[in-house]
Design a protein. Structure first.
Length: 620
């Protein structure tokens, strides 16, 4: 009966010039076409009901018999264009035959919507088939009828392109784009409803088992592109233009690695398989993150080795007596550290952003659901989630929160944590390097002792004091380092580093200049020391922010308030200095009261007494 009905229907199609552009249903042809469709649908309906009750997302759905007949000439045309040595049949151009199928949908959709859709609605609207798109919707029915010819072509081509990595990568990319178009532009669900259509890509990768080969190809390409990024010498130059002026500056390599990883996401984002997405994430993306992290760690370790190697030389002079340039000093040395810091911070932030992306959020939630389902008993906790990946392996690569009933966590927790630790470690090295070099630069200043010999100035001279010559080198180093860091770092890390440097300078100036027992200050000596300290503050304020120098040296700033009190003559200041001394040394309660009146909050009574004891006009 099927063959007979189909034969009669083919005769009608010939008379209506199907599938030419001049197709016509004029006169009695429409009635004959309608009768032919209805006979075939009625014959097939029991079979449709059987499949509809048990259809699965991975199952190839039945093609409606009228469409099976109508697609035959389209199939012959498809074989003509995309077989043999035709110019349209090229292994490297799968888009040719995929776009041809898309063209058929576009060309004939209106015809079927006009003539077939009412017949489907009338026949199936009261049956269970009314809820299945491929039986009740003419566009979905047409797509279902066209897929078998495409499926044969795809399955025939894949063994050939699989031998050539570039062709395989391109083929799968084009196939995924085709699947997306059917789902998004035409709303095709394969008749699976909420389960969704898995797509031809899924059939190739899972049913035909080509995923492993494709993953291998994509990983090879990704690693090759990664190597091309990090190999050029200019890759690890700092990029000052690609981010906001107020942001920490990454290297060219960090930016390009991030771009590569985002491209990889786009490659596997359309995959319907959770396991395949997880494999891509761990085997390629996180693997590249780990490689780049190791590279940055290597840079930092090299810097530290270079630093320690300095101890085997004497003032930078080799055994041959040739002067060596110390790569860990100056702006070039600091720049080496900033390259690591900026790269680590940039990618750490990008991972945080990725964790908030809907794609990765959904992947994380599905991972959590699957892990919980796989850990219902102690004996199942090592059950594989994707390929040979166990729950513990996945948790080690993604997040310790995998399977955590309390929630929280994200896919990039472990990787972002590694970059964060590297960033923090590098910031510590930057700070230590800066502190060490500023203390070294201050050493000459700590050795001078003119403070008691400086005589009182003429009226107004103290307003024009110049910074001590021995402070020129520290001021120059502080200025050049902070100028560089202010361009390379965001405000927060700049202030953290500057804060530690300022505290180190305060400790040096307090311990090595202000408080040694052999240092005594005349009034003019106190003023000169105060001018020198304020000179350092001015540099810090210029690059870090107004008031930051003084804020970082609050103890020394308060010490200067006491040190610079005028002790000469008989004016109000002299009386004030003597009164402060008297009350400060009377007892702790009296000392605290006078310090509060002077607005001093950080200095203890004993520290304040120690400062006043350095004044020669109080101890002469």
């Amino acid at each position: 009966m099927k063959d007979a009905f189909a034969s009669d229907f083919e005769k009608v199609l010939t008379r209506m010039k199907w599938p030419s552009k001049d197709v016509s249903l004029a006169g009695s042809l429409e009635q004959e076409w309608t009768e032919g469709v209805e006979k075939l649908l009625e014959l097939q309906e029991p079979e449709l009901n059987v499949q509809n009750d048990h259809i699965q997302p991975y199952e190839e759905p039945l093609v409606l018999l009228p469409l099976e007949v109508m697609v035959k000439p389209l199939d012959l045309r498809f074989q003509y264009h995309f077989s043999g040595d035709r110019p349209t049949n090229k292994l490297d151009k799968p888009e040719y035959f995929l776009s041809h199928i898309m063209g058929l949908i576009n060309n004939y959709n209106e015809f079927f919507a006009t003539y077939l859709q009412p017949l489907l609605r009338t026949r199936f609207r009261t049956s269970n088939l009314s809820m299945t798109s491929i039986f009740i919707d003419s566009t979905s029915a047409l797509i279902t009828a066209l897929l078998p010819m495409l499926r044969r072509k795809v399955f025939g081509v894949i063994p050939q392109v699989a031998k050539q990595p570039q062709l395989l990568s391109h083929f799968i990319h084009e196939l995924m784009s085709f699947d997306i178009s059917l789902r998004d532009e035409w709303g095709y669900d394969g008749g699976s409803g909420v389960e969704g259509w898995k797509g031809l890509t899924w059939e190739v990768l899972v049913k035909k088992d080509w995923f492993g080969r494709w993953l291998e190809v994509e990983k090879t390409f990704a690693l090759s592109r990664y190597q091309n990024i990090i190999d050029p010498s200019e890759s690890f130059e700092i990029d000052y233009e690609s981010v906001e002026p107020s942001a920490t500056k990454p290297t060219n390599a960090a930016i390009r690695v991030n771009d590569l990883l985002e491209t990889i996401t786009d490659r596997y984002r359309p995959l319907p398989s959770f396991s395949q997405k997880l494999r891509f994430l761990i085997d390629i993306q996180i693997a590249i993150f780990d490689l780049f992290h190791s590279r940055l760690v290597g840079f930092l370790d090299d810097y530290l080795k270079d630093t320690s190697s300095l101890f085997s030389t004497v003032q930078g002079v080799s055994s041959s007596g040739t002067k060596q340039k110390l790569p860990t000093e100056g702006i070039p040395g600091l720049e080496r550290l900033i390259r690591v810091y900026g790269s680590a911070e940039y990618l750490e932030k990008k991972m945080r952003d990725w964790s908030d992306d809907v794609f990765f959020l959904e992947l994380w939630e599905e991972l959590q659901d699957r892990v919980r389902a796989n850990t219902t008993s102690q004996g199942q906790k090592h059950r594989n989630l994707a390929g040979n990946m166990t729950v513990e392996h996945v948790a080690d690569k993604t997040s310790a929160a995998v399977g955590n009933e309390e929630g929280g966590g994200a896919l990039f927790d472990e990787t972002a944590g590694a970059y964060r630790r590297l960033r923090v470690r590098t910031e510590g090295v930057i700070t230590d390097t800066f502190v060490q070099q500023i203390r070294s630069a201050l050493s000459a200043y700590g050795k001078i002792n003119p403070w008691s010999a400086l005589s009182s100035p003429s009226e107004g001279d103290e307003l024009h004091l110049a910074i001590s010559a021995e402070l020129d080198a520290p001021v120059g180093l502080l200025s050049s380092y902070l100028s560089f860091l202010a361009k390379a770092l965001a405000q927060a890390p700049l202030r953290r580093i500057a804060r530690q440097v300022v505290l180190a300078m305060q400790a040096f100036l307090w311990d090595s200049v202000l408080m040694p027992s052999y240092h005594r200050f005349s009034y003019m000596g106190a003023k000169q020391f105060g001018r020198d300290v304020r000179g350092l503050w001015e540099v810090v304020d210029r690059f870090v922010g107004a008031g930051q120098g003084k804020v970082g040296m609050r103890r020394l700033a308060e010490g200067l308030v006491l040190l610079e009190l005028d002790g000469g003559g008989g004016g109000a200041e002299a009386l004030k200095l003597r009164e402060v001394e008297k009350r400060l040394f009377k007892d702790n309660e009296s000392g605290r009261e006078v310090l509060e009146e002077l607005g001093l909050e950080v200095l203890s009574e004993s520290e304040a007494r120690g400062v006043l004891q350095t004044r020669i006009d109080l101890n002469g």
